[in-house]
Write a protein that binds this ligand. Structure first.
Ligand SMILES: Cc1cc2nc3c(=O)[nH]c(=O)nc-3n(C[C@H](O)[C@H](O)[C@H](O)COP(=O)(O)O)c2cc1C
Length: 207
């Protein structure tokens, strides 16, 4: 398979316009689109091909409410770690789209999967979590290519989310993902537009 310059340009544009989305329309996402997103995760690389990511699609309203309450609690706690104008700026940020996102995925990492027979992770156990991050990124780009938005949430207590979702001890919480049709799109991260930080570009040295 050889790709054309146009296709490479399309990929670059999908990457540039990926962005973390926190503002969603309430319109739902059809099952065939969701199936394509699930399949995109299948394409991700993983240590020893262990494919340790586990996904729960959260539909239960009471579970969604519990996750949202947990986010509010953690977000307020995080705000307390700042002071003065930085605290005000933090509180003004929208850091989750839990109020409107029609699709919500809780992503976990299996911390001791049989798959892969431990290949590649003996010296670097964190590679299981890294593998899950790669699957999330594959999903993120696939979602964007469908004109969907995805927002990743980490302002949560992993142990509490594991309890809320009632998962076994061998599943470690990795991230909570909100997916839906974005209210708008942009090629610049919201945190840059909000003045929270600027983009320094990738540090890439030659030694
Ligand atoms: C591991 C990880 C955790 C993140 N957690 C959150 C979060 O809790 N809330 C949020 O609004 N964005 C979260 N983000 C999104 C980042 O804020 C976002 O990726 C960053 O500001 C760059 O913006 P961009 O994704 O639009 O390029 C997370 C992203 C990653 C990779």
């Amino acid at each position: 398979m050889k790709f054309t310059a146009d296709q490479a340009e399309t990929l670059a544009r999908i990457q540039m316009w990926r962005r973390d989305v926190r503002h969603f329309k309430r319109e739902g996402v059809t099952e065939d689109v969701l199936e394509r997103l699930r399949a995109a995760m299948d394409t991700a690389p993983s240590v020893g091909n262990a494919r340790p990511w586990r996904v729960i699609r959260v539909e239960d309203i009471s579970v969604r409410s519990a996750v949202r309450a947990e986010f509010e609690r953690c977000n307020i706690n995080a705000a307390q770690t700042y002071a003065g104008p930085t605290k005000d700026a933090y509180l003004a940020l929208k850091l989750a789209g839990l109020d409107a996102a029609p699709v919500q995925l809780a992503v976990f990492t299996a911390v001791n999967p049989d798959e892969g027979h431990r290949l590649g992770r003996l010296t670097m156990p964190q590679t299981l979590r890294q593998s899950t991050a790669m699957a999330i990124h594959a999903l993120w780009l696939a979602a964007r290519a469908e004109n969907l938005g995805l927002g990743m949430i980490s302002i949560l207590d992993p142990k509490r989310i594991e309890t809320i979702l009632n998962v076994g001890a061998d599943w470690e919480f990795s991230a909570y993902l909100c997916i839906g049709w974005p209210e708008s799109d942009d090629d610049t991260p919201l945190l840059h537009r909000a003045g929270w930080q600027t983009n320094n570009g990738t540090r890439w040295e030659v030694r």
